[in-house]
Design a protein around this ligand. Sequence first.
Ligand code: TEU
Length: 538
Amino acid sequence: IDDPLWWRSAVIYQVYVRSFADGDGDGTGDLAGVRARLPYLKALGVDALWFNPWYVTPLADGGYDVEDYRRIDPRFGTLDEAEQLIAEALALGIRTIIDIVPNHLSDRHPWFQAALSAGPGSPERERFWFHPGKGPGGDEIPTHWVSSFQGSTWTRTTNPDGTPGEWYLHLFTPEQPDLNWNHPDVQREHEDILRFWFDRGVAGVRIDSAALPVKDPDLPEVPARPGPGGHPHLDRDGIHDIYRAWRAVADEYDGSRVLVGEVWLDDAERFARYLRPDEMHTAFNFDFMTQPWNAGRMRGSIERTLAEHAPVGAPATWVLSNHDVTRPVTRYGRADSGFAFDRKRFGTPTDLARGTRRARAAALLVAALPGSMYIYQGDELGLPEVELPREVIEDPMHFRSGGVDPGRDGCRVPLPWAGARAPYGFGTDRAHRPWLPQPADWAALTVAAEEADPQSMLTLYRSAIATRRSRGDLVGEHLAWLELGADVLAFRRGEHTASVTNFGPVPISLPAHRGVVLSSAPLEDGALPPDTTVWLDL
Ligand code: TEU
């Protein structure tokens, strides 16, 4: 816990507060629930918790629409509780990372409300992107930019006198107006927010949609094939000034506070720019979420990732899933398994037994790689994606798609803690159901059931994390490939450890070893069965 470089090899657990644990029994997860479950997180062995936004919010996008960064949403708790949680976790050796969303605010934020009432031309509007429409009467959208949640990025306002007014920009929902990062108030406010939370003991910030906040003020259309830096609202060169300023704020503290970016970019060189020594410490590597279950493709992904991080000296990160994508046991259980973003697949045939077997193998593979790893809550239990009844879905992605895309709520269903039927210990108040319904067949996936089962996904995660922590080879940076055939992904870590994953259809024989450290499924007569990872003592 004293190591300022803790983040280089950390295991970070993502807490989606609304669905983690329900302390007051009202059907919505909360900070009291998290505090009560800190022993669970300690037993899991994680180094840090990343909390999705927990601030005051209308929940138009699960909290990624922030109304007040300096208060906790009353559904989740209070600022006092957050401070206690941060301190209690730290006493257990667990750090806290919070989520900051620089691209936008909630439309209920006082700044946006003030901008609406102050009207066109007012200084209040300059903190956002208000713009007159095109054409006679300004009836046409200022640009044809497309929102990340489909549809136009522009919504028209009504003037204080009731006439049709200017348009404002939102790369996500209309409830999430984009901020103007050329405005000094916007810069200063975010630096103050960082200090507010660093002062309260948080160890880092996860930066949401980090490549998006800076816009071309001329608002041109998006070119057909934008070159590097040539996109009007993605990865503009000026963006790095923001993160340099934030890094300076983090460095005002004890040298252990970190910036973790959500940087969605295909271009490896442009991605690496965010990881220069005076910018972010790490950024999510989402590449595994786009790879099918294939040894060559996974190896290619690992090689690319390590190669793009090496020049800037930043450690890699490994992410199998998060609150935005299809759960691993579900996607690995599909015929073309692997791709995490295709949600329009209600009813797709899914072999959960195979998916679970592969998710177990993937967990050990990831835990053996150099760098930091993220675990999205519930993946350590092997929860599947839930096909929710349409009428309970709250994710704006569902509505914005006209109902075509079921959205992301299928991976946000409240965790099952104990018991034979829903709500599985999530909440105690019989009058209040969990905010999303849990499946009837989750009794074997509860924390209590899995703690008692030596073969469970939870037991595997605990063993993997404990081994990773105690085995120096696995925290070091050294990795050397072992060539064991086209269907096998194998590498040595340090002197005495190897990880071998069999992606093929038949068992394979293993290289000479002194013993088995851990395996995701039992070996068969000393051979490694399909869809299995083993860690070997060499
Ligand atoms: O997501 C960023 C983002 O670009 C998403 O559109 C992402 O591509 C999509 O969800 C993948 O399926 C972040 C948050 O993680 C997400 O939950 C928020 O909705 C979004 O920002 C807006 O703040």
